[in-house]
Ligand binder design. Structure first.
Ligand SMILES: NC(=O)c1ccc[n+]([C@@H]2O[C@H](COP(=O)([O-])OP(=O)(O)OC[C@H]3O[C@@H](n4cnc5c(N)ncnc54)[C@H](O)[C@@H]3O)[C@@H](O)[C@H]2O)c1
Length: 243
């Protein structure tokens, strides 16, 4: 029995793929919006016995996000959860951050979260049920240089989520944030390998965070058990920051 569709953005790779796999194991059918090919994620979801749909979607394009919502509606069970995970994290000093890069980071991380919410939240409100999980980062609370655009975008995600929670609560829809710490993905390793040598040592649980360490939080936030939790940010970082 399907629990409905969970839409996960940026789930062709990395942490989003792990979210998709866990939500499939939880009983959701999965729809993935990513600029990359999600064939590997399809295999994981179908191995869990769930239905899968994906499309090449740039979350910064409203035309694409609205088309994706129409396609998901035509091909999949009603959307019960939306996980806005697609994100980019270029490592650049403020001096090196020009306006084009600033716009790009805000575009994917914050505008993308807004546009996907515009595409899927009205259906949740209409059906009087839904779970929105947005993805921030514990860098918001850390002394983290070379990330002005990124941290600003993730602060925006937290603010957007808190405000949205106030507007959808009466309709049985919750909106929360997961803020992961430094997590072992190919992209992050490719961006900053050195940081893995020392950052995990500052965690209460001093080992490298794997995507699998995060999935239980998203599972909970998409479940009936979290029905009275909304507007919150949960740091999943082995206890480095205290929110
Ligand atoms: N890895 C970490 O250490 C870490 C820590 C904290 C927060 N995060 C956040 O977790 C999320 C996933 O990180 P990750 O390390 O798994 O990254 P990743 O690069 O492995 O995966 C990101 C996915 O987003 C997709 N994507 C990028 N731009 C897109 C766009 N415009 N439209 C649609 N899809 C797009 C990529 O194709 C990719 O599949 C991001 O939001 C990131 O900011 C990551």
């Amino acid at each position: 029995m399907s629990k409905g569709t969970a839409v996960v953005t940026g789930a062709a790779n990395g942490i989003g793929q792990a979210y998709a796999q866990r939500l499939a194991a939880d009983g959701f059918d999965i729809a993935v919006a990513d600029v990359g090919d999600a064939a590997a994620t399809r295999a994981l979801v179908e191995a869990a016995g769930r239905k899968f749909y994906s499309a090449i979607v740039d979350v910064t394009s409203q035309t694409s996000t609205l088309q994706f919502a129409a396609d998901v509606s035509a091909n999949m069970p009603p959307v019960a959860a939306l996980v806005n995970n697609a994100g980019i994290y270029p490592w650049r000093s403020f001096a090196e951050t020009d306006y084009a890069l600033w716009r790009k980071v805000i575009g994917v991380n914050l505008d993308g979260t807004f546009l996907m919410s515009k595409a899927f939240v009205p259906g949740m409100v209409e059906r009087k049920c839904g779970r929105i999980v947005n993805v921030a980062s514990t860098t918001f609370w850390l002394n983290a240089p070379d990330m002005t655009a990124y941290i600003a975008s993730k602060a925006g995600v937290i603010g957007f989520t808190r405000a949205l929670a106030s507007e959808v609560g009466t309709f049985g829809v919750t909106a929360n944030v997961i803020a992961p710490g430094l997590t072992n993905t190919k992209s992050m390793r490719g961006t900053n390998e050195d940081i893995f040598d020392y950052l995990p040592q500052q965690q209460a649980i001093p080992r490298v965070i794997e995507p699998q360490d995060l999935v239980g939080v998203v599972s909970f936030l998409c479940s009936p058990d979290s029905a009275f939790v909304t507007g919150q940010t949960i740091a999943a970082d082995g206890g480095q920051v205290r929110v």
